[in-house]
Design a protein around this ligand. Structure first.
Ligand code: GLN
Length: 203
């Protein structure tokens, strides 16, 4: 496998943690704040943080539109928490995002903060299907003001559920999770994304 080049959207949120996890998973990592920095990337992580802030910061340079275009050209994407919200085709409580471009492309309906407030953050053990390695121990998933996936389209595969609701999904070259895989030392989901990015066929 060639070393994939993976960017982390660095407008706001858990950027350094994702970069560290990606390096540990074998990727060459860069940060992305402007469209030109998407050049040559095999994959992009859109981190957790605050989707409304990221959408506002991206608007002046039309970064959301550029990400969407690069994805259409073959760049893989991994959205975690706020990042998943920005990739969702539909948001139920989208008022705070009205008028701001989002990335889209993931055929899910999400509800922001559906798992409650910051004080209701929790860690849940998850069985994740399809991630690399023989290790069958559950992934400890950290949920912080996490979005609920209310429904999903036929192309969307559920790879992990929490209390019978999907919390990690895959659709073609998009991976998305309601939780924060970068906040724990278990890098299996990042390794999965590095492999997905390495399978890039269109350049
Ligand atoms: N609730 C936040 C939002 O709407 C996401 C929280 C997170 O990324 N931890 O963007």
């Amino acid at each position: 496998m060639n070393t994939p080049r993976i960017g982390v959207l660095a407008l706001q949120g858990a950027v350094a943690e994702h970069a560290r996890a990606l390096r540990a998973a074998g990727a060459e990592v860069s940060t992305v704040r402007r469209p030109a920095e998407l050049e040559g990337l095999d994959g992009l992580i859109v981190p957790g943080g605050e989707s409304t802030t990221m959408a506002r910061l991206a608007a002046p340079v039309r970064l959301m539109e550029s990400i969407r275009e690069r994805h259409a050209e073959g760049m893989a994407m991994f959205g975690t928490c706020a990042g998943m919200i920005l990739m969702a085709d539909q948001i139920l409580d989208a008022e705070a995002l009205t008028g701001f471009e989002r990335i889209g492309g993931l055929d899910v309906v999400v509800r922001r903060n559906g798992y409650g407030s910051q004080l209701e953050s929790f860690v849940g053990p998850l069985q994740v299907s399809g991630i690399p390695g023989e290790d069958a121990t559950p992934l400890q998933a950290v949920f912080i003001r996490a979005p609920v996936i209310e429904s999903l389209g036929p192309e969307v595969e559920v790879i992990a559920s929490w209390q019978e609701r999907p919390v990690a999904v895959r659709q073609g070259r998009i991976l998305a999770a309601s939780f924060h895989p970068e906040l724990t030392p278990d890098h299996r989901l990042h390794r999965h994304f590095v492999e997905l990015s390495a399978q890039r066929t269109v350049s």
